[in-house]
Ligand binder design. Structure first.
Ligand code: KG4
Ligand code: ZN
Length: 350
């Protein structure tokens, strides 16, 4: 079954065709991230305008494998696509509208079923790509720019929300501390790169960072997260330095990364132990962080009974339409296109 998916919840415009929820036929992504860098954060109106500019070229790119013999978009969808899927929320209203209206138009023109998708829940289905065997029950952590959410997955269809952030998301903590440390809009990737420099500088020695930051709520016994205190601590401590050197910035970056990763791993492992989970699924933009992947791998090593750790390839962690199609295959329900609406505040808990 081929699903053509569209994703436009934030600053990426993406479209993909995925077969049986697991095999990627095509994957097209355009991003307006660089445009926002000069503003220090995503400007919703600019993101929406870029969505409009990219939507059709990205859609055509995703459908290219089926248009090779001269068929137009409509005919190619009619011949080769079984269902359409689109992110309806949560996200930025202007961005979401471009994707939802495009998908509704395609559904109307081709008569194909349309499946509305929750972007945050869909992230975890990047773990199903490639047809990996996943042992259930599984604990799924979605850590993105706007969300940090833990779910219990009894099967590929059954999701129960267990907890989430009460203030900033993990990705937001990376983004805000990156700005405080002078990386502009570089976000988590900039922190990760600077952390590597700290490791290079202290390589060969068991050097402990002199910078110590809090691990908020790490031992509070709940499955909720809080990251806003971390940002405040960075602001307070970093500003104490009169003229910070690159070595200082690298040391702060390293400790920010350690603090965020420690909390994410500890809470997820607690959820796994308390539910008897056989697998952990990590996803969302923050899952691209190599130190986080390494810490999870270490945390599950030697655990008895065994817990498997799954994480998508880095390019499927940040926003794309591949996992939107995968979610639609495993968990989506087709609805009439007339009933599909952009839902910026869509709950992630149901
Ligand atoms: O899932 P995503 O692409 O978009 C949302 O749905 O929000 O996640 C974007 C977030 C940003 O906060 C970004 O800083 C973070 O993922 N991110 C990273 C890394 N790459 C992206 N955080 C830490 N380390 C990375 N390598
Ligand atoms: Zn996302």
């Amino acid at each position: 079954m081929n699903i053509l998916a569209i994703e436009t919840s934030c600053d990426e415009t993406a479209s993909a065709v995925v077969s049986d929820g697991t095999y990627v036929v095509s994957n097209a992504v355009a991003s307006s991230t660089d445009i926002h860098k000069t503003w220090g954060g995503i400007v919703p109106e600019l993101a929406a305008r870029e969505q409009l500019a990219y939507m059709i070229p990205v859609l055509l790119k995703a459908m290219e494998p089926f248009m090779a013999h001269g068929d137009g978009l409509k005919t190619a969808i009619e011949k080769h696509i079984d269902a359409l899927a689109v992110t309806v929320g949560p996200g930025l209203i202007g961005s979401l509208l471009i994707g939802t209206e495009t998908a509704k138009t395609l559904a109307f023109a081709t008569g194909k079923p349309l499946i509305p998708v929750n972007h945050v829940q869909a992230h975890m289905y990047a773990n199903f790509i490639g047809g990996k065997e996943i042992a259930f029950p599984a604990i799924s952590l979605v850590a993105s720019g706007g969300h940090t959410e833990l779910f219990l997955m009894k099967s590929a269809r059954e999701l129960t929300w267990l907890g989430g952030t009460i203030d900033d998301a993990a990705g937001e903590a990376f983004d805000k501390t990156a700005r405080l440390l002078g990386f502009g809009g570089g976000g988590g990737r900039a922190i990760e790169e600077a952390s590597c420099q700290f490791k290079v500088q202290s390589a060969g020695r068991r050097t402990k960072s002199k910078v110590i930051l809090p691990r908020p709520m790490i031992n509070d016994g709940t499955l909720n997260f809080s990251f806003s205190g971390l940002k405040t601590a960075v602001m307070r401590e970093f500003r104490k330095l009169k003229s910070p050197t690159f070595a200082d910035t690298a040391a702060f970056s390293y400790e920010v990364q350690e603090a965020i990763c420690d909390v994410l791993v500890k809470k997820t492992m607690s959820a796994a132990y308390s539910t008897g989970a056989r697998s952990i699924l990590l996803s969302g933009g923050v899952a691209a962080n190599k130190r986080l992947r390494e810490k999870f791998q270490k945390a599950v090593t030697g655990v008895n009974p065994p817990v498997a750790f799954h994480v998508p390839p880095i390019e499927l962690c940040t926003d794309n339409a591949v996992y939107i199609a995968s979610y639609a295959f495993f968990r989506g329900k087709p609805v009439g296109w007339q009933t599909v609406h952009a839902a910026p505040d869509l709950s992630v808990e149901t």
